[in-house]
Design a protein around this ligand. Structure first.
Ligand code: B12
Length: 285
């Protein structure tokens, strides 16, 4: 059974999508968080993974517990997406910064990525592959997006409280905005990051590991064609260190690839919010 749980922290309700299963051996029910949904005022239908979205219990909960001005909020998100879309395709970095700052007044960084930047990049990709946007415009957009995320990362750099994380993509994988977005998110949560992306040869990753002794490695893969290269990279890292946590994820897994990795494959690509928690838990062990 899947349901939504509310947790009140400092007078704000936060929602979690939770799965309850019956443990026959211990004769007790076990709860497992499937996804952190965010502060109650910001949760929309799209935050619920598709397979649970039409569950009547979930629908009813959203209807009863989320604000009446939901429609208004969804319109605002649409408007901000449009603004970011124009800024990216027109090469307007200042405009993109303004939109980002406006959004951050009432929202968190992960929401900026999940509700604004990622969907807009997806739209740009679809328009480009349908021949509506030129290759040049797509390149300008991706460069502006990178610059924006770099600025956000610089702002978010703070005291290093948690572990050292290496981020990369395997050889042949040029898509690395995902690494930059994760980097800025982890910096914001007090991690130290080393972003080696894109397309890092295994030897370079290993040399880097020798010099900084990281606490975890994130490998981002976008193209399904890059999965074998990601597997080779994972294998070499594993030969070098049996214990280091390796997290593999990205768009290549969104349709449920069954590829085997000696690593933690995270196929929920909206799992950005979980990542710091997973890593902190690992570090304590
Ligand atoms: C920008 C872009 C490019 C840029 C990349 C520039 C760069 N430095 O990154 C350039 C122009 C180089 C490019 C090239 C190509 N691209 Co391209 N590209 C895109 C585009 C428009 C945006 C990608 C992006 O940045 N998204 C935003 C980031 C933030 O999202 P993300 O990567 O998904 O990351 C998030 C999550 O996935 C998650 N995540 C990512 N990694 C991990 C890891 C872990 C452990 C976890 C937990 C989470 C996680 O967290 C991130 C933050 O939320 C997409 C469209 C799309 N639908 O995404 C096409 C797209 C990915 N490209 C595509 C294609 C086909 C190509 C080319 C093959 C085109 C060509 N014929 O040359 C080449 C391949 C180059 C290569 N060898 O890698 C296709 C892929 C189709 C497919 N499934 O195979 C897409 C989907 C476009 C389309 N609709 O057809 N591309």
């Amino acid at each position: 059974m899947v349901y939504i749980r509310k947790k009140n922290v400092k007078n704000v309700d936060y929602l979690y999508l939770v799965k309850s299963t019956w443990d026959k051996i211990h004769k007790t029910s076990r709860q497992e968080t499937i996804k952190y949904l965010g502060a109650i005022n910001n949760v929309t239908q799209e935050d619920i993974p598709e397979e649970y979205r039409n569950d009547p219990k979930i629908q009813a909960f959203l209807l009863e517990n989320t604000p009446k001005d939901r429609e208004k909020r969804e319109k605002i998100i649409e408007k901000l997406q449009l603004q970011i879309f124009s800024c990216l395709t027109e090469g307007d970095l200042d405009g993109a910064k303004k939109t980002y700052r406006a959004f951050l007044n009432d929202n968190s960084l992960d929401q900026f990525y999940e509700k604004i930047l990622n969907p807009v990049m997806e739209k740009i990709g679809t328009m480009w592959s349908n021949g509506i946007l030129s290759v040049a415009t797509e390149h300008v957009s991706s460069n502006i997006a990178h610059s924006l995320v770099k600025i956000i990362s610089e702002e978010k750099k703070g005291r290093s409280l948690h572990g050292k994380i290496i981020l990369t993509t395997p050889v042949g994988e040029e898509h690395n905005l995902g690494c930059s977005v994760m980097e800025s998110f982890l910096l914001n949560k007090g991690f130290t990051t080393f972003n080696l992306s894109p397309s890092t040869p295994a030897e370079s990753v290993l040399n880097f590991m020798r010099s900084i002794t990281p606490d975890a490695i994130i490998i981002s893969i976008t193209l399904p064609d890059s999965i074998p290269s990601g597997q080779r990279l994972t294998k070499k890292i594993r030969e070098f260190s049996k214990k280091i946590p390796i997290y593999v994820g990205g768009q290549a897994f969104k349709d449920g690839s069954k590829a085997k990795f000696d690593a933690n494959v995270i196929d929920d690509i909206n799992s950005l919010t979980h990542l710091p928690r997973i890593m902190k838990t690992r570090k304590k062990k």
